[in-house]
Design a protein. Structure first.
Lengths: 363, 180, 248
């Protein structure tokens, strides 16, 4: 195993991009992701790559469009308000099928919001904040090590499907330091990109485009994309902890999943059999893992740094087979494991009552 | 055992740096560690604090709510974070900038005039190192040789001239605990 | 038999969709000829923008990227930095370049980004039906200035060349016109100089080309040419504003 070094989440993510072969980065200052552009500004020139501080988020995402269209592995990063500005560009990247990685170190909203960690961009990330029928895979790391591993994977997925891929972190993951084992740099040549505009004329010339004025053609185009999105469904992934004997299934992602895991351990010490499903991909959503659990547990408790966004996907997957409870803090407030434990106790107490009622009804 | 530590003070006291050294030293001991800073809009001044977790198992939550130990470098930090230390936990108070009296009677309080001790070692700015040395000695969370090695690793070439002073300050904190 | 006309390697064989009397087609041709004459058609990447020339990727015989509205200079920047050897140009209208994309325009120029911008100024939004553009003349009637552009409510026309000439990044900035053959020759010369600036690594280059829009102006092509010659040049004086060879 590689030697472990202590790295800040944002810097680890930047290094991961370089290791993955990213050689183009354009960004714009916004807290709490400023370490990423700063890291790229230092590192890119040393690996023969390009760093540009763009004049705006709009320019940054469109520089990524140009660079990706010219065949480079390209990335931009920002935080919530800046990601809203990038939505137009993400839609174009999806429409023109340009592989690229977009990092969102989420902070509280709406509007200017705040700069503390949040998960209130789940809808935007998973439903597509831009216009049109498109999808973007979304990776949700929960440690600095995963900031590295999932960012590297994001570049592979982007190329494999010719699609923008989102990495959804938060202020905690971006700012914290943990020991990390950096994988070796990608040595294999990048996948060939015969569609990239590198300067050609005549019949072999290439066009990067998302404009299809003929509705017949545009529908065909959308159907082709939909097929691709269907293939991406196989990317769905979740980590499960303590689900073997769980009566209550906790669902949480990102940094929140770690706080929730702390609560789960406390609950188990007092006899509440809780388990955890932690989605690693938010789109495609690990619906199967949730659905499978729905047949076995008494209740779900979804915990988010929002007032309830992912909980909708959990409810869709559970499909009424078990009650789905929710606990969320928002605006940059982060719940303590004890707060989550309190909620778990409430859910457990409610289950006990239902069991009594059910037993009574059966008698 | 898992140590969950809060370090707090005002901006410029080197509180975040103190935390990174503790985390790095923990790593050198082969432990699992995390370091999480508070971050604010202000670049200078204001409050600063960080959470450091050091344990044998993978760190569950990097956010610390009920600390096993804390270092508070000024009065407002004492007020804010003393209630977040578990009963029996170690609280190092920099009495150069915070009152010596702590309301809670269920903590192991170390009253440490960190700024004065730092000045005695030659540089008043190394009060954070004095406090860290004392905290490590009081809790046994990491060994002094690993703290010194962490300091050496974390000191960039352009700050080499500060290394010896910081080492002295770390040891001064440890010595203070020996006297205690 | 003597051949007196031939296609250019810089353009494809596609038929353009432009209105009769519109000068987009002529300008395409001039750009195509310059690319051919400079011998760079095999290493050029163009960026089409949003507006009447949105289909420019069909017409230029080179690799092309279609940009979002106003973002062509940013897209071109991405291409430029990834492909240091390529020739990179954008083709943009006045709404795209000077309204929604003004930020990208000024910053690409300020960075001295080694790209060439072909800027079509026809004093209105053509594709969407003739609305007020940042370049619409005072008093000019558009669908959104039905009483004529009033400075009190719609402000003043923006002179992009003069604006960019205040920056240190541009190597070549010129304004030319399409209203007669002599001006077309000057336009081609300017386009050539702009690409030459790029090839020499001198910096950002732009040619603003005063153009007609007979359909939306409600004029026949001849009257439209006269409008350019008399009205537009009065607000937008022709000439070179920056020329790296002259050291300004």
């Amino acid at each position: 195993m590689a030697e472990r070094i202590l790295l800040k989440g944002n810097e680890a993510l930047g290094e991961a991009a370089i290791l993955a072969g990213c050689r183009f980065f354009a960004g714009y200052p916004i807290t709490p992701q400023n370490e990423i552009p700063a890291y790229m500004a230092r590192r890119m020139p040393r690996v023969g790559g390009v760093f540009i501080q763009a004049e705006s988020e709009l320019a940054a995402i469109n520089m990524v469009y140009g660079a990706a269209g010219a065949g480079a592995r390209a990335m931009t990063s920002s935080s919530s308000p800046g990601i809203s500005l990038k939505q137009e560009g993400i839609s174009y990247l999806a429409g023109a099928e340009l592989p690229s990685v977009v990092v969102n170190i989420v902070r509280g909203g709406p509007g200017l919001g705040g700069i503390q960690p949040a998960q209130s961009d789940y809808f935007q990330a998973t439903r597509g904040g831009g216009h049109g029928d498109y999808r973007t895979p979304v990776f949700a790391p929960n440690s600095v090590q995963e900031m590295v591993d999932l960012t590297m994977e994001a570049f592979e997925v982007a190329d494999a499907y010719r699609n923008p891929v989102l990495v959804l972190g938060d202020g905690i993951l971006g700012q914290m330091m943990e020991p990390v084992a950096l994988p070796p740099a990608r040595e294999a040549p990048l996948p060939p990109k015969p569609w990239a505009t590198t300067g050609a004329k005549g019949p072999g010339r290439r066009i990067i485009n998302s404009l299809y004025l003929d509705p017949v053609v545009l529908e065909q185009r959308n159907l082709w994309l939909a097929e691709k999105y269907a293939r991406m469904r196989g990317l769905a992934r979740a980590e499960t902890v303590g689900m073997e004997d769980a009566e209550i299934c906790l669902v949480a992602y990102g940094a929140t999943s770690r706080i929730v895991k702390g609560a789960m351990q406390m609950a188990r010490r007092e006899g509440i059999r809780a388990g955890l499903i932690r989605p690693v991909t938010l789109w495609p959503y690990p619906t199967v893992s949730i659905r499978e659990a729905a047949g076995r547990v008494e209740a779900f408790l979804v915990v988010e740094l929002s007032l309830g966004q992912m909980v909708e996907d959990v409810r869709l997957a559970v499909d009424g087979k078990a009650p789905v409870h929710f606990y969320g803090r928002t605006g940059g407030m982060v719940p303590s494991p004890r707060e989550v434990l309190e909620k778990l106790r409430e859910v457990a107490a409610g289950m006990g009552k239902r069991r009594v009622v059910a037993a009574g009804a059966g008698a | 055992m898992t140590h969950e530590v809060i370090m707090a003070g005002h901006g410029g006291q080197g509180v975040l740096y103190m935390g990174t050294l503790l985390a790095r030293a923990g790593m050198l001991e082969g432990k699992e560690v995390s370091w999480l800073p508070s971050y604010g809009a202000e670049q200078r001044g204001g409050t600063a604090n960080c959470a450091v977790v050091i344990g044998d198992e993978a760190v569950v939550s990097p956010v610390v709510y009920e600390a096993t130990g804390a270092v508070v470098m000024n009065g407002p930090s004492l007020e804010k974070f003393a209630p977040h230390v578990r009963p029996g936990g170690v609280l190092v108070v920099n009495t150069s900038l915070a009152p010596e009296r702590v309301e809670r009677g269920d903590l192991r309080v170390v009253a440490l005039p960190a700024n004065r001790l730092a000045e005695e070692t030659g540089d008043g700015r190394s009060a954070n190192m004095v406090a860290l040395g004392a905290f490590a000695a009081a809790t046994g969370i990491v060994r002094m040789d690993n703290l010194l090695e962490a300091l050496r690793q974390a000191t960039p070439a352009r700050r080499r001239h500060l290394l010896a002073g910081n080492e002295r300050a770390l040891r001064r904190g440890e010595e203070w605990m020996g006297k205690d | 038999m003597r051949q007196i006309f031939a296609g250019t390697d810089g353009l494809t064989q596609s038929t353009t969709i432009y209105c009769p009397g519109c000068t987009h087609g002529i300008t395409h041709r001039l750009v195509g000829e310059v690319l051919e004459e400079l011998g760079v058609t095999g290493r050029t990447v163009g960026v089409a923008s949003v507006g009447c020339s949105v289909l420019a990727y069909e017409y230029f015989n080179c690799d092309m990227q279609e940009a979002a509205h106003g973002r062509a200079p940013a897209v071109a920047t991405g291409i430029r930095r990834v492909l240091p050897e390529a020739v990179v140009f954008t083709y943009q209208g006045d709404g795209d370049l000077a309204s929604i994309g003004m930020g990208e325009t000024i910053h690409a120029a300020a960075r001295g980004e080694r790209i060439t911008v072909i800027f079509i100024n026809n004093a209105n939004y053509g594709m969407t039906g003739g609305q007020l553009a940042p370049t619409t003349l005072l008093g000019q009637v558009t669908t959104t200035t039905p009483g004529g552009r009033s400075a009190a409510t719609a402000g003043y026309p923006i002179r992009v060349c003069e604006l960019l000439a205040t920056l240190d990044g541009p190597a070549y900035v010129a304004r030319t016109s399409t209203h007669n053959v002599a001006e077309l020759h000057r336009t081609k010369k300017a386009i050539r100089a702009a690409f030459q600036a790029q090839l020499e690594g001198a910096g950002f280059s732009m040619v603003e080309i005063l153009s007609t829009c007979p359909t939306n102006w409600g004029m026949d092509p001849v009257r439209a040419m006269e409008f350019v010659a008399k009205e537009m040049t009065a607000t937008y004086p022709l000439g070179e504003f920056v020329n790296w060879r002259r050291g300004n």
